[in-house]
Write a protein that binds this ligand. Sequence first.
Ligand code: ATP
Length: 242
Amino acid sequence: MKNSVVEVDGLTVVRGHVRAVDDVSFATVPGKVTGLLGPSGCGKTTLMRSIVGVQIVAGGTVTVLGYPAGSKQLRDRIGYVTQDPSVYNDLTVAENLRFFARVLGTEPGEVDRCIEAVDLVDRKDVVVGRLSGGQRSRASLAVALLGRPELLVLDEPTVGLDPVLRRDLWAMFHALADQGTTVLVSSHVMDEADRCDRLLLMRDGRLIADDAPDVLRQRTRTHDIESAFLALVEGGVEGATA
Ligand SMILES: Nc1ncnc2c1ncn2[C@@H]1O[C@H](COP(=O)(O)OP(=O)(O)OP(=O)(O)O)[C@@H](O)[C@H]1O
């Protein structure tokens, strides 16, 4: 698709004895929040790892911003937050940000902007090891925002967060998207589906839907995404991708 930020074509990844991603194809458009939803173990992390270029793939192609995934040209154009916080426990939030800003060659002013964006200003001088799990994830997110990446890949960033914080983070994802960032967010919580502009539903390594939440509900004649998911799994839905 022209102008797509991520183009995945026939991607297959084998992990252990499992086809963790099984012949998946889709394309994202810039400036939208795309949700990658599906039950635990369905292949979300593996798909995201393939997009950021850290996964050995068995077949198919992944193109990001016009380059094969993993190309060095993409290094500072993608922000990736894994499920495990990737910040140093023995440094404060601000020290972490300053360290990564130096590594990435980002201007120092970015540090404060990114700390503000994740609402950690009042925690910026606290050693990361003393933060709560949710605060640690937000510190990782702040690092991913350094340098204003064009693509943000966020693996379950809202797990374990309270509803107020979850709402605020989703608002931030949309604000970033409005500024042109393409945001790919995974979740296994179906009630986060309505916060996405577009949904990729996965099950057992396969993509079973690729639609806006409203369109998906209409197509499956359901009122919520959980029921839509069940309808797709149980079959009988016209145009299902599975
Ligand atoms: N390092 C590994 N070695 C072997 N198999 C793996 C490995 N990592 C994941 N898998 C398998 O690949 C499949 C997809 O896992 P993946 O982590 O991508 O799922 P997920 O949808 O992200 O799950 P979760 O929501 O629990 O994070 C699962 O069957 C899993 O058991």
